[in-house]
Write a protein that binds this ligand. Structure first.
Ligand code: HEM
Length: 398
C-alpha cells in the first residue's frame, strides 16, 4: 500500500470489499482518510474493539457527528455515544420500546406500508425505487412507531441524513452545507420538543407517551435524553433499513436465479435477507475513540485516537464465515456482525429483519422480473452507512 485508503472515495463506496481484503492482508490496522482515522479491518480485531468499551469509547460516534461549528447535535448525545455504566441505564429503559411485544404489534402496519409503497411503484417504465419503495417503507415504520404526523415522513430521511452524513462529510469551506445541518438540528429539536409537550398534556398509546411514563429507579428521562433517543431512532431506523431494502432488490436484479428460488419458496426469504445483510452491511463502520494508549493488530494507537471498526470488512472476513466474499444464502445463520456486537448491539435488529422480510414478500407478489434502468445508480457517501442514493430500475409485473 502506498497512499492512505480513502473510505469516502467513489471507488470504496462502489465496491469496498476488494480494498477491505487488501487491508486485512496488508494493513489490518491503519490510518485512512478522511482525517487519519484508524481503520480496523480483521474480524478478530473488530470484535476486540466492540467488546472493550473501556479501551474503545463510543464517544467516537459523538465526536464524529458534533464538530464545533454545529453547536450541538441530539444524535451525538444519544445512547449510541455513551459508555457503560451510563449507557446501560438508558438501554434498559428503551429496550421496551423495541422489544418483542412492540414488534408483534407493529408487524401488520409494516406489511400495510410495504403494500402501500408497492401500489405506487409504476411497472414497465424506469423508476427510482429509493424514494417510493425503500425510503417510504423505512420512514413510515419509524414515523408510525414514534406516532409522528404522516405529513412529516418525507422530512425524516432528510433530517437523518443531515445530522449524520451531512455533518461528517462537510469540508471546512462548505458554509452552505454547514447551515443546512444547523437548520436540520434546530427543526428536529423544535418538532420533537413540541411533540413531547403535546404527549405530556395528552398521552396516547404510542412510543413517545410510553417513554414519558418510563422510569428507572424512579427517575424519568430528561427532555434532552428523550430528544436524543428520538434522533437516534430516526437515524438508526431509516438510514440502515433504506439500504437493506435497496440491496435486496439489487441482488435480485443481478441474480435472477435467486429471484426464481424465492418466488418458488417464500420460506427462503429470511435466509436471503440474512445473507444480504452480511454481504452488503448497510452500517459499514462503528466509530470509537481510544481511552488510553493501546496496541491492536501489532500497531500502537495513541490515547484519543479516532478508530473505525470496519463491520463491512469483518462481515466478509473468512475468519468470520468461509468464502466471505461470496453471496450464499444457504449458509447457516444468523449473522449478527452487521448489527455490531457487545453493549451497543443494534436494538432494532428484529425490526430490520422484519421490514426486510415483509417488504420483499410484498415485492415478490407484485413483480415478476426487474432490470436496471437507463440512468446510472448513485451512491450515498457517508463514513458509517453505505448504500444507493438512487436506484433506477424497470419492474415487470408478476
Ligand atoms: C439493516 C438495518 C440496521 C442495521 C444494519 C443496524 C446496525 C446497527 C449497528 C451496527 C449498531 C451498533 C453501532 C455501534 O456499536 O456503535 C446499531 C445500534 C443501534 N441501532 Fe441499529 N441497525 C439497523 C436497524 C435499526 C432499526 C430499524 C432501529 C430502530 C428502529 C435501530 C436502532 C438502533 C439503536 C437504538 C442502536 C443503539 C444501541 C445502543 O447504543 O445500545 N437499528 N445498529
Amino acid at each position: 500500500m502506498s497512499a492512505r485508503y480513502n473510505l469516502l472515495s467513489l471507488e470504496v463506496k462502489t465496491n469496498p470489499y476488494p480494498i477491505y481484503a487488501e487491508m486485512r492482508r496488508e494493513a489490518p490496522v491503519c490510518q485512512v482518510d478522511p482525517g487519519g482515522m484508524w481503520a480496523v479491518s480483521r474480524y478478530a480485531d473488530v470484535m476486540y474493539v466492540l467488546k472493550n468499551p473501556q479501551l474503545f469509547s463510543s464517544r467516537g460516534f459523538g465526536v464524529a457527528t458534533n464538530p464545533p461549528w454545529l453547536g450541538g447535535n441530539p444524535f451525538s448525545d444519544s445512547m449510541i455515544t455513551l459508555d457503560p455504566p451510563q449507557h446501560g441505564r438508558l438501554r434498559t429503559l428503551l429496550s421496551r420500546a423495541l422489544g418483542a411485544p412492540a414488534m408483534a404489534r407493529l408487524e401488520p402496519r409494516v406489511r400495510f406500508f410495504a403494500e402501500q409503497a408497492m401500489s405506487e411503484l409504476p411497472m414497465g417504465q424506469p423508476v427510482d425505487v429509493m424514494p417510493i419503495y425503500s425510503l417510504r417503507i423505512a420512514a413510515s415504520v419509524i414515523g408510525e412507531m414514534m406516532g409522528l404526523d404522516p405529513e412529516l415522513h418525507s422530512h425524516l430521511k432528510r433530517w437523518a441524513d443531515l445530522i449524520t452524513g451531512g455533518v461528517t462529510t462537510v469540508r471546512p469551506e462548505e458554509e452552505d452545507r454547514k447551515q443546512l445541518a444547523r437548520d436540520a438540528v434546530a427543526d428536529l429539536r423544535r418538532y420533537f420538543g413540541e411533540l413531547l409537550d403535546r404527549r405530556r398534556s395528552e398521552p396516547k398509546e404510542d412510543m413517545v407517551s410510553d417513554l414519558l411514563r418510563a422510569r428507572v429507579d424512579g427517575v424519568a428521562l430528561t427532555q434532552d435524553e428523550l430528544i436524543a433517543f428520538m434522533a437516534l431512532l430516526l437515524v438508526g431506523g431509516i438510514e440502515t433499513v433504506v439500504h437493506l431494502l435497496a440491496f435486496s432488490l439489487m441482488m435480485l436484479m443481478d441474480r435472477p436465479e435467486l429471484m426464481a428460488r424465492l418466488k418458488a419458496d417464500r420460506s427462503l426469504i429470511p435466509a436471503f435477507i440474512e445473507e444480504v445483510l452480511r454481504y452488503e452491511p448497510p452500517a459499514q463502520t462503528a466509530p470509537r475513540l481510544t481511552t488510553e494508549e493501546v496496541e491492536l493488530g501489532g500497531v500502537r494507537l495513541p490515547k484519543g485516537a479516532p478508530v473505525l471498526a470496519l463491520l463491512g470488512s469483518a462481515s466478509h472476513d473468512d475468519a468470520y464465515v468461509p468464502n466471505g466474499d461470496r453471496f450464499d444464502m444457504d449458509r447457516p445463520g444468523p449473522h449478527n456482525m452487521p448489527f455490531g456486537h457487545g453493549p451497543h448491539f443494534c436494538m432494532g435488529a428484529q425490526l430490520a429483519r422484519m421490514e426486510g422480510r415483509l417488504a420483499l414478500e410484498t415485492f415478490l407478489n407484485k413483480v415478476g422480473r426487474l432490470e436496471r434502468g437507463p440512468e446510472p445508480m448513485t451512491w450515498h457517501r457517508t463514513l458509517v452507512v453505505r448504500g444507493p442514493g438512487s436506484l433506477p430500475l424497470v419492474l415487470h409485473p408478476a
